[in-house]
Design a protein around this ligand. Structure first.
Ligand code: NAP
Length: 353
């Protein structure tokens, strides 16, 4: 099969690098076009990018030229599918410009996630929300479209909640995060702020997690999404961990369930990406650990190539009903891997033909 050429907006950043790395051996897509800020434009990727991943920069990307993020500039040369990991200060307008110019923009940035006509997608959780793009293109008169994935903290939470919502209904959710420094981009949080410290504030994060979780678990009907009817309260903290967001979660459910019922629905959770065997889909989207001290980022981060949510410490909660710990890779499942799986879902449904 001839691979589909793709572009990356924000290719030099933390998430952009993950895109380049994950796409190196992708069976369907290949990187053909890269873009970043004015300061990087005109350089080769090797010159422009301060590569921070342990795997070496793919040879195929080193000599690619970095362009400015302008849709019209190189008309005809920019692939139809562009992934976006742009700084949110610029992503809003740039992504719209590309969608207007006919590109399919699969974005990590927060700017359009809550737009009523933009799918906020986790392929295992709400694949049917993808159909929102029909109204988006019609109403906005676009040839292209924007599809988003959630915030890196929302992903692990929503993945763990989706099977519970389906089986028992959710009433209340309380989540306290311990978020890795790589979630703040590069160079991120200053050493003197985070060394030996916990920062109990990440601007806008708690509101994003609360709203996005309700949209993701909302019902799609008549061309719109009605947010999930449950309360979510998030406390977000930055900790000195390189990669991997850990979350302490308590829930109360609408129907009666035993602890073993929760574990069973997590263990058996499968969805569209697994049925269609999409290339980036984890075989087990949720992995349950039974040891009393897992999951931990140090040991469980790369389970299923960083695409699974790892759950452990499931137990009764004396305030709500149940509590557990969830771990998710913030720059893979929480960013580049999430967008890649979204694009694979879109391809499997004919949106990229
Ligand atoms: P980052 O490391 O700061 O990278 C930002 C990228 O945006 C770089 O490629 C940068 O290019 C480019 N950029 C900055 N200003 C620009 C401008 N004026 N015009 C064009 N390009 C510009 O950030 P990141 O961590 O990769 O995050 C990227 C996006 O993904 C953000 O919206 C973030 O909220 C979201 N996100 C991040 C994570 C995570 O775990 N890190 C998870 C989920 C979502 P230069 O190198 O040329 O400056």
């Amino acid at each position: 099969m001839k691979k589909l050429e793709v572009g990356i907006l924000g290719a030099t950043g933390m998430v952009g690098q993950r895109f380049v790395s994950l796409l190196e051996h992708h069976p369907w897509f290949e990187v053909a076009w890269l873009a970043a800020s004015e300061k990087s434009a005109g350089k080769t990727y090797a010159e422009a990018c301060n590569w921070r991943l342990r795997d070496p920069m793919p040879k195929s990307a080193r000599e690619l030229q970095v362009h400015e993020c302008k849709a019209g500039e190189h008309a005809g040369k920019i692939p139809q599918l562009v992934f976006s990991s742009l700084d949110s200060k610029v992503a809003g307008e740039v992504e719209k410009e590309f969608a207007r110019a006919g590109h399919v923009v699969v974005s990590n940035s927060s700017n359009h996630r809550m737009d009523a006509d933009v799918p906020l997608l986790i392929p295992e959780v709400n694949p049917e929300h993808l159909a929102l793009v029909r109204g988006q293109r019609k109403e906005r008169g676009w040839k292209g479209m924007i599809v988003t994935n959630p915030n890196c903290t929302t992903v692990g939470l929503a993945m763990s909640l989706a099977p519970l919502e389906k089986a028992f209904g959710l009433e209340k959710v309380l989540m306290t995060s311990m978020q890795a420094v790589s979630g703040a981009g590069y160079p991120g949080v200053p050493t003197l702020d985070i060394m030996g410290n916990v920062i109990p504030y990440i601007g806008g994060e708690e509101e994003k997690v609360e709203r996005e979780t309700q949209k993701l678990l909302g019902k799609f009907a008549d061309g719109r999404v009605t947010p999930g009817d449950f309360a979510v309260s998030a406390h977000c903290n930055r900790v000195l961990v390189e990669d991997g967001h850990t979350e302490s979660i308590s829930v109360s459910l609408r129907s009666k369930a035993k602890l073993e019922d929760l574990i069973e629905v997590w263990r058996t959770f499968r969805s569209v990406p697994q049925e269609r065997e999409l290339p980036s889909a984890p075989k087990h989207p949720i992995v349950v650990r039974e040891e009393r001290d897992r999951p931990q980022p140090k040991f469980d981060l790369n389970v299923e190539h960083g695409m699974a949510t790892v759950i452990g410490r499931a137990r009764p909660c004396p305030v709500l009903q149940f509590k557990y710990t969830a771990l998710s890779h913030n720059t893979i499942r929480g960013a580049a891997g999430a967008a890649l799986l979204n694009a694979e879902l879109m391809k499997s449904e004919g949106y990229l033909d």
